[in-house]
Design a protein around this ligand. Structure first.
Ligand code: CP
Ligand code: NVA
Length: 305
């Protein structure tokens, strides 16, 4: 039987996500009560990193350990992948030795190629194109603070990057509205933008208009990993796309602020906002752990009824 993978946010149906969110609540409660839960005893997770990480590595490694299994960290620097071994050969070997794989890489195609020959589930831990685990954690975090995200409005301010692309997919699955505002020249690619109706994704030239009345305002770094050569140019081009107190005021007192982190205070977000009362960034970071435990359990064991 072919394994199921999680390469982008569109891999699961709404019903499957509802199950995963429910499961996350239960798994998180066990953790908070110091109750051991080891459904993945003797299972091994391989984590392959071609880019740096704090949260993703920590949450997957700690999460696998807490579920009774173990995790192995591999990076391009110290594996044969860094010396040109074909991705498909690596996938054949890795997937005969471990039970599940998480990959953080550049092109989405690397994940697709790995998964095409993998005997075990493959999870996208961030690519240039997508960061589905982040948005799953964010939606869980929203639900903890404000209930279901369906019918709500989320404002994405800044770069049309991997996290933004995952939010767009999520809007169509969870049926909420995503207001997107990017600087000129950094718009969502036309091909991708064309996939969503205006009831799911709407574009705004002015970030203030995107934020007005939103239930959640979220942003990310102006320069994602792999785009460092464009940093000076981006600092200039994005200067009006900072989430600050004036923007949060337009969203309203009940609006939440999220950021996947790491953040640059004074660039995409002011210190006042990220360290202020509307910010839930630490819950958001913590929930990566709980949602990904539910994800690994689901990919390996299916539904636990
Ligand atoms: N948000 C996130 O994925 O963080 P890391 O890059 O630290 O893993
Ligand atoms: N968009 C950012 C997310 C980091 C977690 C990046 O790709 O660098």
């Amino acid at each position: 039987m072919k394994p199921r993978h999680y390469l982008h946010f569109g891999e699961f149906s709404r019903a499957e996500y509802e199950y995963l969110l429910e499961r996350t609540r239960w798994i998180k409660a066990q953790f908070k009560q110091y109750k051991p839960y080891h459904p993945l005893a003797d299972r091994t997770l391989a984590m392959i990193f071609e880019k740096q990480s704090t949260r993703t590595r920590l949450s997957f490694e700690a999460g696998m350990h807490q579920l009774g299994g173990s995790a192995i960290f591999l990076s391009t620097r110290d594996t044969q992948l860094g010396r040109g071994e074909p991705v498909e050969d690596m996938a054949q070997v890795v997937s005969r030795m471990v039970d599940i794989v998480m990959i953080r890489t550049f092109e989405q195609d690397i994940l697709v190629r790995f998964a095409s020959v993998s005997r075990v589930p493959v999870i996208n831990g961030l690519s240039n194109e997508y960061h589905p685990c982040q948005v799953m954690g964010d939606i869980f975090t929203f639900s903890e603070h404000r209930g279901a995200i369906t019918g709500k409005t989320v404002a994405w301010i800044g770069d049309s990057n991997n996290v933004c692309n995952s939010w767009m997919k999520a809007a169509a699955i969870f049926d909420f509205k995503l207001n997107v505002s990017t600087p000129p020249g950094y718009e969502v690619e036309a091909e991708r933008a064309g996939n969503y109706g205006k009831q799911y994704v709407e574009y705004f030239a002015d970030p203030m208009d995107a934020a007005r009345g939103a239930d959640l305002v979220t942003t990310d770094v102006w320069t994602s990993m792999g785009f460092e050569a464009e940093n000076a140019e981006r600092l200039r081009d994005f200067s009006d796309w900072q989430v600050d107190a004036d923007m949060m005021k337009l969203a309203g007192a009940n609006a939440l602020f999220m950021h996947c982190l790491p953040a640059h205070r004074g660039e995409e977000v002011s210190a006042e906002v990220i360290d202020g009362p509307q910010s839930v960034v630490w819950d958001e970071a913590e929930n990566r752990l709980h949602t990904q435990k539910a994800l690994m359990e689901f990919l390996l064991l299916g539904r636990i009824e």
